[in-house]
Design a protein. Structure first.
Length: 171
C-alpha cells in the first residue's frame, strides 16, 4: 500500500510539474481544476462514514440539485452542474445532468435529447438532458447549500420517452 501511495504522489508531482508550471493558461487552469477535484474527492471519501443528508432535505424524484460531477476526461461531463434526480436509494441517486448547450439537429433526431422547459427555483433558461448521460452517484456530491429546484411530472415523462426511444432501457 505504501508503494502505491508513493507512486500516486510521484505521478501527481510529475503532473504538477508538467501542467501547473506551464505558460499555457488553459492547460494550467485544467490542471488546477483537476488537483482541486482530487482534494475535494479525498475529503468526500475521508468523511463518507460521517456524512448525513441534512435533516431539512428530503431527496425525491424530480428534484434538481447542484452536483459536483468531478473532473472527467475529454467530452465527459465534469464540474458543477444541475442534476435531476430520477431515483434515490439510500445515499445513492440516479441523476441526469442538465445542460444549457442546445443539441445539434442530428442529436435532436436521435431522440435521446430532451428539452426541460422549466426548472422551478432556478434561473429561467432553456435546458436539455441527454438520456444517455444518466449516472448513479453518491449524494455526497450534492451541494445542499445551493438552490434546490424541481421539474413537473411531464418533464419526467418526456425523459422516460427519450430513454425508451434510445433502446438502452427496457420498459
Amino acid at each position: 500500500m505504501e508503494e502505491s501511495l508513493n507512486n500516486a504522489k510521484k505521478s501527481l508531482d510529475k503532473f504538477y510539474e508538467k501542467y501547473c508550471t506551464t505558460d499555457d493558461n488553459k492547460r494550467k487552469l485544467l490542471a488546477c481544476d483537476y488537483l482541486k477535484w482530487i482534494t475535494i474527492k479525498t475529503k468526500i471519501i475521508y468523511n463518507e462514514k460521517d456524512f448525513r443528508i441534512p435533516e431539512n432535505i428530503q431527496i425525491k424524484r424530480g428534484m434538481v440539485f447542484w452536483i459536483n460531477f468531478g473532473y472527467n476526461i475529454d467530452e465527459e461531463l465534469g464540474g458543477k452542474h444541475p442534476g435531476l434526480v430520477l431515483r434515490i436509494g439510500g445515499k445513492t441517486a440516479i441523476v441526469i445532468p442538465l445542460s444549457t448547450q442546445e443539441p445539434t439537429q442530428e442529436q435532436l433526431k436521435s431522440g435521446t435529447y430532451v428539452e426541460i422547459m422549466k426548472v422551478y427555483n432556478f434561473k429561467n433558461v432553456r435546458r436539455w438532458v441527454n438520456v444517455l448521460n444518466t449516472i448513479p452517484i453518491s449524494v455526497q456530491r450534492f451541494d445542499f447549500n445551493s438552490s434546490i429546484g424541481n421539474v413537473k411530472g411531464t418533464e419526467l415523462d418526456n425523459i422516460n420517452a427519450g430513454m425508451k426511444k434510445s433502446g438502452l432501457w427496457k420498459f
